[in-house]
Write a protein that binds this ligand. Structure first.
Ligand SMILES: Cc1cc2nc3c(=O)[nH]c(=O)nc-3n(C[C@H](O)[C@H](O)[C@H](O)COP(=O)(O)OP(=O)(O)OC[C@H]3O[C@@H](n4cnc5c(N)ncnc54)[C@H](O)[C@@H]3O)c2cc1C
Length: 466
């Protein structure tokens, strides 16, 4: 069998690249070692975590907020087995959707581990050990990432879990300790806190959400603390010892000092993800990796070996599903002779807690370190009519605009629907808008989006409702 393109891995990067390549007339095949398509994102990442975030948010709303809205219900009872089944149905619906799309686009799908045997050759080994050799003009590595492990801390996915185990817990832990205050730790910590766990987050750095705007992170930490999260920042975990039913976690100040311990029923290790290149045969064909184990690519997603490309979590850049998807489209277009391109300055990122946190473009810290003068416009949700009436007033919108040209350089939102609101900013930035362009755009009343307009007005100190 001979193809124009073989994609290894059907996560958001790989399956989207395959569909776009097929649309453009390339004879395309995919190889996936999981039994289902959709990669980390659909199987054990974005989709199941958002299902549990949604269900646990509903549970908490019914328990704590319905009464205030004049809705009398008896205290909700948690049926975790059913909630997990709800999550799984969502996952199955999505992974089957990808299978359907691959068939619809006449893409051949091989289930098995793909290894690059030589330039233009991919060997697929099925679970039963049988294998076949496929021929192709181009190979796309879209093998994604895996959880980062901490030396000496063994993940058993029962007591010491990764994000995958944290999505599968069969009972609510009384005490959950999360190692790492990044997006995944805070999202999954929120799920189990809402369902009844006491959650402590232990983080090596002296702040949460590294990489996000510092003011946003500080405010968000305050909101999470109000919700019941405990934080141990600037703390280095040195040991996790399993006890009878749970674990004892030992940590010490990152700057040095006396060690402390905390008892946990479950410990979630959420310290990031690493590129996954195992078993691909990259050594053998001479594909170069960078110093962090990522496949090294040029601006056109080409590796150093002709005919071999890479996208998504396995290459540099933010480990986000939509970044992988956009790279998938771009590389397919490049292979079909078109001008595929990704604008890395405008990639939104969202933390799907309540309230949500969303950002696009530069943070204040990045602008300061680049020496770029900027103006700030900020508007709190306490002054937004819709947020007030809904009683969801935690958070604000912050817009950073170039001091000389007024071009919008970054937008950061904590608040209800922040993950949807951020796209107004992304579109504006993609079109090179100024804060005045955003401020002059009529926004429907009463909407949360009016807070974005007011923040844009606030850049020139002319917000109306503040
Ligand atoms: C708990 C969690 C929540 C997340 N939530 C979000 C979110 O809300 N939004 C967001 O944008 N991102 C989120 N992410 C990150 C997101 O899942 C990844 O950025 C995204 O999946 C990367 O896509 P990818 O296609 O590069 O790789 P992956 O999705 O990792 O897919 C790679 C695929 O390649 C397969 N593979 C690997 N090697 C081989 C081989 N040799 N042969 C055959 N197949 C192979 C793997 O089995 C896998 O299916 C989350 C991640 C986690 C863990």
């Amino acid at each position: 069998m001979s193809y124009d393109l073989i994609v290894i891995g059907t996560g958001p990067g790989g399956y989207v690249a395959a569909i776009r390549a097929a649309q453009l007339g390339l004879k395309t095949a995919v190889v996936e070692k999981r039994k289902t398509h959709g990669g980390t994102c659909l199987n054990v990442g974005c989709i199941p975590s958002k299902a549990l975030l949604h269900a646990s948010h509903m549970f908490e709303d019914a328990r704590d907020h319905f009464e205030g809205l004049g809705i009398g219900v008896s205290a909700p009872k948690l049926d975790l087995k059913k909630m997990q089944a709800f999550k799984q149905e969502g996952v199955d619906g999505n992974t089957k959707g990808v299978e359907f799309l691959l068939k619809k686009n006449k893409i051949d799908a091989f289930i098995g581990t793909g290894r690059i045997a030589a330039v233009g050759q991919v060997e697929v080994t099925a679970e039963d050990g049988s294998n076949q050799m496929l021929q192709t003009k181009n190979i796309l590595i879209a093998s994604g990432s895996d959880v980062t492990r901490l030396p000496g801390i063994e993940i058993d996915e029962k007591v010491v879990v990764s994000s995958t185990g944290a999505l599968e817990l069969e009972s609510v832990p009384k005490r959950l300790v999360v190692i790492g205050a990044g997006v995944i730790g805070l999202e999954l910590g929120s799920v189990w806190r809402r369902l009844g766990a006491e959650v402590t987050v232990v983080e090596y750095l002296d702040r949460i959400l590294p990489g996000m705007d510092g003011e946003v992170a500080k405010n968000f930490q305050r909101i999470l603390s109000k919700q019941g999260f405990q934080f141990k920042l600037g703390a280095k975990v040195t040991k996790v010892e399993k006890t009878g039913k749970g674990a004892t976690l030992t940590f010490e100040p990152a700057a040095g000092g006396a060690a402390e311990t905390i008892e946990a029923d479950v410990v979630l290790v959420a310290v990031g993800r690493v590129p996954y290149t195992q078993g691909l045969g990259l050594d053998h064909v001479g594909v170069q990796l960078d110093n962090r184990g990522r496949v090294l690519t040029d601006a056109h997603f080409a590796t150093n070996v002709t005919g071999i490309y890479a996208i998504g979590d396995v290459i540099a850049g933010p480990m986000l599903a939509h970044k992988a998807e956009d790279e998938g489209v771009a590389v397919a277009e490049i292979l079909a002779g078109k001008a595929g391109h990704v604008n890395y300055d405008v990639i939104p990122s969202v933390v799907y807690t309540f309230p949500e946190v969303a950002s696009v473009g530069k943070t204040e810290e990045e602008l300061k370190s680049a020496g770029i003068a900027y103006n700030v416009g900020k508007f709190p949700f306490t002054a937004n009519g819709r947020a007030k009436v809904n009683r969801t007033t935690d958070g604000f919108v912050k817009i950073l605009a170039d001091a000389a040209s007024d071009k919008v350089l970054g937008v950061h939102i904590i608040g209800p629907e922040a993950g949807n609101l951020i796209h107004e900013a992304a579109i504006a930035m993609e079109f090179g808008a100024s804060s005045e362009d955003m401020a002059r755009t009529c926004h429907a009343h009463p909407t949360l989006a009016e807070a974005v307009k007011e923040a844009a007005l606030a850049v020139e100190k002319r917000a109306i409702h503040m």
